[in-house]
Design a protein around this ligand. Structure first.
Ligand code: COA
Ligand code: AMP
Length: 629
């Protein structure tokens, strides 16, 4: 079938389209209702279907004769460890861990927070929670205690699962003290914490609360799969919004399983038994969807890689993993390839590896800039596919459906809308823009399966944040345009969200932290272009009258504050003192203008500006500090 035909069916007859795709899933109770509205008036998929996602990811394959096939390969250059789990072994490990959780009182609908590094046990913990019909909330290991505490308070987990440490190249990051601090800071207190002790660090345990993973697993009774409704939540994944409070994106079980299984063939062209490698982290949506659920739902082999594209031990790390395990597809963020290109521009290291099994490279998480696209394509001599998606959708909104019909990629474009996503480019008043004109990217409702039905515990935030700006549409928060061939070009966020090395962060949250410094009267944090990480945040701060503090000192203090509150991953390294910030007459800081200045773009001075003289002044300060590209 052609892409056009596949896409047309998904938009014109969505119920028939997704009912057919749902046939690929083994339901405990097959859904009769394909699309309906929930109590909030939100479109829901397969409402009367019953299933269990962990069953579909593991038991189903064992029952269908895939028990001896590798399900998961753990490869950790930082600890020199390699480990394989067949589908039977992974199913057994997950059933035992689910038994441990059950013994701690975890039941269907309960929340379990998982704060772990990239080890196989993180996947076992996620699937163990899913097996019980409970809801996991994985928190990225690079987040600081404050971020973890905010998530614990919002998700109110019965149990938290962690490991004694993670390894960042050569740095050992002790997780347990971070978790203990987060629990001290949070109002909600979990009943217990399960700790996986790694050989590099033995975490100290709190009597009566902390449970040793290995000891508990040794005596656990394996737990069975609990049937859940398709619309019951599988997980909550917090993501950055425009304020300091992250949004708990809720993912359902049924729509997610159907969409992800479909995507493995339609987008990634994977067959059962193929090796799929998403070089991301389980703390992000890419990790949830394409390290854990997608490959396992499709009967593929997934790779859990505890390492980086460079320095573990060198810029040939990705090629080594692909060659060693015969990966058919590699999925990573463009920043990873920029890092490899910087270290090994002539790709000398590639010559050591046989990548004949690798067919396609997929990229997402941030804009794939044309130079990185060309370098990767020419270096590897394979198709490079950009695809655009968000935590909120759980899978690609735009892409190249390589398993349906591979279209000719266009550098700078994430190709065309994926089945079910009805994309429109709208101006601020909600009018459709002509081809070639940049505007807000909005998705006409209903959204296809897997997209969020609410923000955890806060439907109003979902409604106002996503559905109210353009009635009848989901507002993506991204801007871009469509060309005459229907190709979509994503040009960046229209809000205060930035992407640093493929990590989604909120400048609004950083502003809240910076503004908390006693010397700071006002501040703006903006994302500026960065040749390696895509974007990096910088702070522009106005000091309170009469405050005497050295510029270098205030910068160091602010950098330390953001690092402590959010984590090193925020990459907030510059805070510059300014005399004035450009504002509108109503007092709103002109952040877009500041971004344009930093990016060396032409700008028009808005008629609403209060103090036009502030512009050349700030331009000079930013230039002097090396912040203008
Ligand atoms: N736990 C603890 N700390 C972490 C962490 C984690 N899981 N991940 C990152 N950090 C820390 C790093 O150690 C670093 O700390 P430092 O400031 O003390 O050096 C800081 O956060 C910034 O890390 P990072 O942005 O990763 O920069 P880097 O210079 O160490 O590495 C890259 C650059 C490009 C190699 C790396 O960012 C990368 O591999 N990016 C790909 C990201 C990705 O896959 N994203 C998923 C989206 S699909
Ligand atoms: P996350 O929710 O962490 O996956 O981040 C989603 C955001 O990352 C999107 O809203 C985009 O701004 C950006 N993004 C993801 N993939 C792409 C892509 N292929 N091209 C451009 N931006 C992307």
């Amino acid at each position: 079938m052609s892409y056009k035909e596949e896409y047309r069916k998904s938009i014109e007859t969505p119920e028939a389209f997704w009912a057919e795709k749902a046939e690929a899933v083994k339901w405990f109770k097959k859904p009769v209702t394909i699309l309906s509205k929930d109590e909030n008036g939100i479109d829901r998929w397969f409402a009367d279907g019953e299933m269990n996602t962990a069953y579909l990811a593991l038991d189903y394959h064992v029952e269908s004769g895939r028990g001896d096939q590798d399900a998961l390969i753990f490869d950790s250059p930082v600890t020199d460890t390699k480990q394989r789990y067949t589908y039977s072994e992974l199913r057994d490990a997950v059933a035992k861990f689910a038994g441990v959780l059950k013994a701690q009182g975890v039941e269907k609908g309960d929340r379990v927070v998982i704060y772990m590094p990239m080890i196989a046990e993180a996947v076992i913990a996620m699937l163990g929670v899913a097996r019980l019909g409970a809801i996991h909330s994985v928190v990225f290991g690079g987040f600081a205690p404050h971020e973890l505490a905010v998530r614990i308070d919002d998700a109110e987990p019965k149990v938290v699962v962690t490991a004694s440490c993670g390894i960042e190249i050569a740095k050992v990051i002790e997780y347990k003290p971070l978790l203990d601090e987060a629990i001290r800071k949070s109002a909600h207190q979990p009943d217990s914490c399960i700790v996986f002790q790694r050989p590099q660090v033995t975490a100290s345990m709190i009597e009566g609360r902390d449970i040793d993973w290995a000891t508990a697993v040794a005596t656990a009774e394996p737990a069975d799969c609990t049937p859940v409704k398709a619309t019951d939540p599988l997980y909550i994944l917090y993501t950055s919004g425009t304020t300091g409070k992250p949004k708990g994106v809720v993912r359902d079980n049924g729509g997610h399983a159907v969409a992800l299984k479909y995507s493995m063939k339609a987008i990634y062209n994977m067959e059962p038994g193929d090796v799929f490698w998403a070089a991301s982290d389980v703390g992000w949506v890419v990790g949830h969807s394409y390290i854990v659920y997608g490959p396992l739902l499709a009967g593929c082999t997934t790779i859990v890689y505890e390492g980086k594209p460079i320095k573990t031990p060198d810029a040939g790390a990705f090629w080594r993993v692909c060659a060693e395990y015969g990966a058919k597809a590699l999925f990573a963020a463009p920043t990873a390839f920029r890092a490899i290109k910087k270290e090994d521009p002539d790709s000398e290291l590639l010559k050591q590896y046989d990548l004949s099994k690798l067919q396609t490279i997929f990229m997402a998480g941030e804009r794939l800039d044309p130079p990185t696209y060309h370098w990767t394509k020419e270096t590897l001599g394979k198709p490079v596919i950009d695809h655009w998606w968000q935590t909120e959708t759980g899978w690609a909104i735009c892409g190249n459906l390589t398993g349906v019909e591979m279209l000719e990629p266009k550098p700078g474009s994430s190709t065309v809308p994926v089945s079910g996503f009805n994309i429109h480019i709208l101006d601020h008043d909600g009018n459709e823009l002509p081809n070639g004109e940049q505007g807000n990217i909005a998705l006409k409702l209903p959204l296809p399966p897997s997209c969020l039905p609410t923000v955890w515990g806060d439907f109003e935030r979902f409604r106002t944040g996503y559905l109210s700006e353009f009635p009848g549409y989901y507002c993506s928060g991204d801007g871009g345009y469509k060309d005459d061939d229907g190709y979509i070009f994503i040009m960046g966020r229209t809000d205060d969200v930035i992407n640093v090395a493929g990590h989604r962060l909120s400048t609004g949250e950083m502003e809240e932290i910076v503004a908390d410094h006693p010397a700071v009267a006002e501040c703006a944090v903006i994302g500026i272009n960065d040749p390696l990480k895509g974007q990096q945040p910088i702070g522009l701060v106005l000091l309170k009258n009469g405050v005497e503090i050295d510029d270098a000192q205030i910068e160091a203090e602010l950098v330390a504050m953001v690092r402590k509150e959010i984590g090193a991953v925020a990459c907030f390294r510059r805070a510059i003192v300014v005399q004035r910030l450009p504002k509108t007459r109503s007092g709103k800081i002109l952040r877009k203008l500041l971004r344009q200045i930093a990016d060396g773009q032409e700008y028009t001075v808005p008629s609403t500006i209060d103090d036009p003289a502030s512009l050349p002044e700030i331009q000079e300060i930013m230039g002097r500090n090396g912040l203008v590209s």
